[in-house]
Design a protein around this ligand. Structure first.
Ligand code: F6R
Length: 262
């Protein structure tokens, strides 16, 4: 696990975007796992910039989104389909047939979820899984108490997450109660995980995930078991970490061949 602390969300996002861009340059048919929410927005903006100004080519890239609200169709302004097209897919050259997002209108949730897992396998697995984190420690919508080996399935959101996400809806009661989400086991099979966390509201979840025990009540702590997971966080999200000086020391002493430059 590597903890990379930058002063601002923008700086952390630039670094993480560079890493994703490098993966795509090295492997043009890379498979990306993608989140929605406020956190990845600066990173998506940077990927769009790199695509436009440096010709980063997404034409062979495949994407799998982590989650979707059940009951919301792709045209719904708060659906994660809509979010992804608005904030990333409409601005890069990824082919529509390479984009995978859970179907919020599926009539057979278990069968859809099994098919989603199979599609990830058929594509050879996820190369880079990008993650945000909920203030309760969730990744994807794997809420506290999610099985650490869970697969893509339906989850019921916690009242805490419904409250956090109400800012995108007219009011709290408009937030769907159920979602389809990749499982923690699904996330753990990706070859690399990059978790982004910004702002004070995420500091406690980051502390528990990094320095607390591995436990289902803090779903992101499962990343302690991943052999290639990195947290890119800003100073506020790092504010409750006890060993932050050590993480900074490790980062500033990385050998040249381990740096992120292209
Ligand atoms: C959404 C997702 C969630 C969010 C988390 C943080 O696709 O995977 O785990 O990353 O709820 O949301 P924001 O970034 O809005 O704070």
């Amino acid at each position: 696990m590597e903890i990379i602390v930058q002063e601002t969300a923008e700086q952390a996002s630039m670094l993480a975007a560079r890493l994703i861009a490098k993966t795509i340059s090295d492997k043009p048919d890379a498979v990306l796992g993608l989140p929605t929410g406020s956190t990845p927005l600066p990173l998506y903006k940077e990927l769009i910039r790199i695509h436009k100004e440096e010709n980063l080519d997404f034409s062979s890239v495949t994407s799998f989104n982590l989650d979707e609200y059940l009951g919301l169709g792709p045209e719904h302004p708060q659906s994660y389909h809509h979010f992804m097209y608005e904030n990333l897919f409409n601005h890069i050259n990824i082919p529509a047939e390479n984009i995978n997002i859970p179907d919020g209108l599926t009539e057979n949730v278990p069968s859809f979820c099994n098919g989603y897992e199979q599609k990830i396998k058929d594509k050879g697995g996820i190369d880079i899984q990008l993650l945000g984190i909920g203030s309760d420690g969730h990744i994807g919508f794997n809420e506290p108490s999610s099985s650490l080996t869970s697969r893509t399935r339906i989850k019921t959101l916690t009242p805490n997450t419904i409250k956090d996400n109400a800012r995108f809806f007219e009011n709290e009661s408009a937030v769907p109660r159920h979602v389809i989400t990749m499982g923690l086991g699904t996330v753990m099979e990706s070859r690399e995980c990059i978790l982004l966390a910004f702002g004070e509201a995420k500091a406690e979840a980051v502390r528990q995930s990094v320095e607390g025990p591995l436990c289902a009540m803090v779903p992101a702590s499962v990343l302690q078991m991943h052999n290639r997971s990195r947290f890119f966080i800003d100073a506020e999200a790092a504010s409750k970490l006890e060993k932050v000086e050590y993480y900074n020391w490790v980062f500033s002493n990385k050998p040249a061949w381990q740096q992120f430059e292209k």
